[in-house]
Design a protein. Structure first.
Length: 255
């Protein structure tokens, strides 16, 4: 008789008394979160697991403007130079080329190497986890991919690198105007759409799927997922929050 492998959850007591209650986020809760991250990364380093999940975190309070987001924080903690943030849904996913970056800095961070790195990471992830080559659409930076300025990033940077990636047999098309790439008949052509900045792709993604998506960081030494939303401090302790994204995160890691 074949015995089923029992699944269990191992819990580590991280001095819960550091938290001063569930009514607000404080410096004590930040210390608790930091300790949890440190312990989790140590467990991953010693190959106790290769999967990492975190709940919604108040970036403004926890990171204190030292890092743009939790994605960048984990990249720093693991000395990861090349990484990508994927907001995943089985019907459509997105990836911002620049993550958690103020708009005024976006154009300065767009370059051919960054696009190549993101495409390679995304393609590798799709092959390893979904066993297929990913179909990628890429949005331009400027409205309609046009610019009244003498320098047009869509023509000078994005279009040439897309052609180069196509010659290298990557399944990628663009650049497309960000105002039309998410139309139904356009988005159904792709598994994933790369945008130039955070809200360019996350705003339509959350409009389409609301809480039915998860955040995946690729490029780290482990698989990291989290719910695709931040904390709602006004609902702390009230048991009213929508749990769908957290549930999908857990299912994705196949716990």
């Amino acid at each position: 008789m074949i015995k089923k492998k029992l699944k269990k959850i191992n819990l580590i007591d991280v001095d819960f008394e550091q938290i001063s209650g569930f009514s607000r986020i404080t410096s004590k809760s930040n210390k608790y979160i930091s300790t949890c991250f440190d312990i989790a990364i140590k467990l991953l380093k010693y190959n106790i697991s290769n999967k990492f999940i975190n709940g919604p975190i108040c970036k403004k309070t926890f990171l204190k403007n030292k890092y743009n987001g939790i994605t960048e924080y984990l990249a720093y903690k693991t000395n990861t130079k090349k990484f990508a943030m994927i907001i995943y849904n089985k019907d459509l996913s997105v990836c911002p080329l620049t993550t958690h970056l103020p708009i005024k800095y976006v154009s300065k961070k767009i370059n051919k190497l960054e696009i190549i790195n993101k495409v390679k990471l995304i393609n590798k992830f799709w092959k390893e986890h979904f066993y297929k080559k990913v179909k990628i659409g890429i949005a331009g930076l400027n409205p309609h991919c046009e610019s009244i300025d003498n320098y047009n990033e869509d023509l000078s940077i994005i279009s040439p690198i897309v052609k180069k990636l196509q010659k290298l047999k990557y399944n990628i098309e663009g650049p497309y105007g960000a105002d039309t790439i998410f139309l139904k008949n356009n988005r159904k052509k792709f598994d994933l759409i790369i945008g130039m900045y955070h809200d360019q792709v996350l705003a339509p993604m959350k409009t389409l799927f609301e809480y039915d998506a998860i955040n995946i960081t690729v490029g780290l030494p482990f698989i990291r997922v989290s719910p695709d939303h931040g904390p709602n401090e006004s609902m702390l302790g009230k048991n009213k929050s929508n749990y769908l994204s957290l549930l999908n995160s857990i299912k994705f890691l196949d716990f």
